[in-house]
Ligand binder design. Structure first.
Ligand SMILES: Nc1ncnc2c1ncn2[C@@H]1O[C@H](COP(=O)(O)OP(=O)(O)OP(=O)(O)O)[C@@H](O)[C@H]1O
Length: 247
């Protein structure tokens, strides 16, 4: 579904550029939930940004559903792939109502039956039509993230890129959003590529995870091996120990 081959990216900077992704190879199967974990600055979000077209000038290959993304326009890509960000407040236009926020992608694509599609997307994320006239600031953090997820699924994409989708939320709400994502993954047979620094979140949702350090993937681990501590790389062991010692 997603094939990332020898992906490298140099961030342009004043004077000289800085390598932030180095020879990344990741294959995500159809319907799989694949995680990216690693310390801050290791390059997790940058991989999503290359896929979403926010970073340009990378080297290597990225193919989605067998087609190189270098050959697809951003508009075409948005039919297949949508992104959910860490901070739903920043991701939703503050002066647009929820109705407008959800209507916008449908209007851009010129899709019919907008009211029905909005109704279904809201229902799928556990909200109802009473939210439509409201503005993002009138919603709780969890409700805002539900709206961001509704906006991501409203065009029926196959893939959702999730960038720390629960880390800006209160602990009590994090599990609700994780359960919603798990249920949507199952019901809509979505493929997820999810960034998190939290191994607990990854273990809850993802079947496999790539462990990243300083712009490289150090190993790819299956969920069962992660839970059992069956990992080979020292860095993954230290991440596991850290996660364990915080509980
Ligand atoms: N727009 C940018 N301009 C300059 N450097 C950037 C930019 N975006 C990312 N970087 C650098 O690229 C590297 C990788 O960043 P990235 O955000 O991908 O890491 P991350 O693993 O997602 O970290 P975090 O968990 O903190 O979000 C870091 O060194 C970061 O400082």
């Amino acid at each position: 579904m997603i094939a990332i081959e020898s992906l490298s990216f140099d961030m342009p900077g004043a004077g000289k550029s800085k390598r932030i992704l180095n020879d990344i190879n990741i294959h995500v199967g159809r319907g799989e939930c694949f995680g990216l974990v690693g310390e801050s600055g290791s390059g997790k979000t940058s991989i999503l940004k290359c896929l979403a077209g926010q970073f340009k000038g990378w080297e290597g290959g990225i193919a989605v559903q067998g087609k190189s993304i270098a050959d697809t326009s951003l508009k075409e890509r948005s039919n297949t792939m949508q992104m959910v960000f860490q901070d739903p407040y920043g991701a939703l236009h503050p002066r647009h109502t929820i109705r407008k926020i959800l209507n916008e992608p449908l209007a851009i694509k010129g899709l019919p039956d907008k009211a029905e599609r909005i109704h279904k997307a809201l229902k799928d994320v556990g909200l109802d039509e009473s939210f439509l006239p409201r503005y993002p600031h009138q919603l709780s953090g969890g409700q805002r993230q539900r709206v961001a997820i509704a906006r991501a699924i409203i065009l029926d994409p196959d893939i959702i890129l999730l960038d720390e989708p629960t880390s800006a939320l209160d602990v009590s709400v994090q599990a609700e959003i994780l359960n919603l994502l798990a249920s949507l993954h199952h019901r809509r047979q979505l493929t997820y590529l999810m960034v998190s620094h939290d191994l607990g979140v990854i273990a809850h949702l993802c079947e496999r995870v790539a462990v990243m350090k300083a712009g490289e993937v150090v190993e790819v681990v299956a969920r069962e091996d992660l839970i059992e501590g069956n990992v080979t790389h020292n860095y993954t062991q230290s991440l596991l120990q850290h996660a364990f010692s915080r509980e």
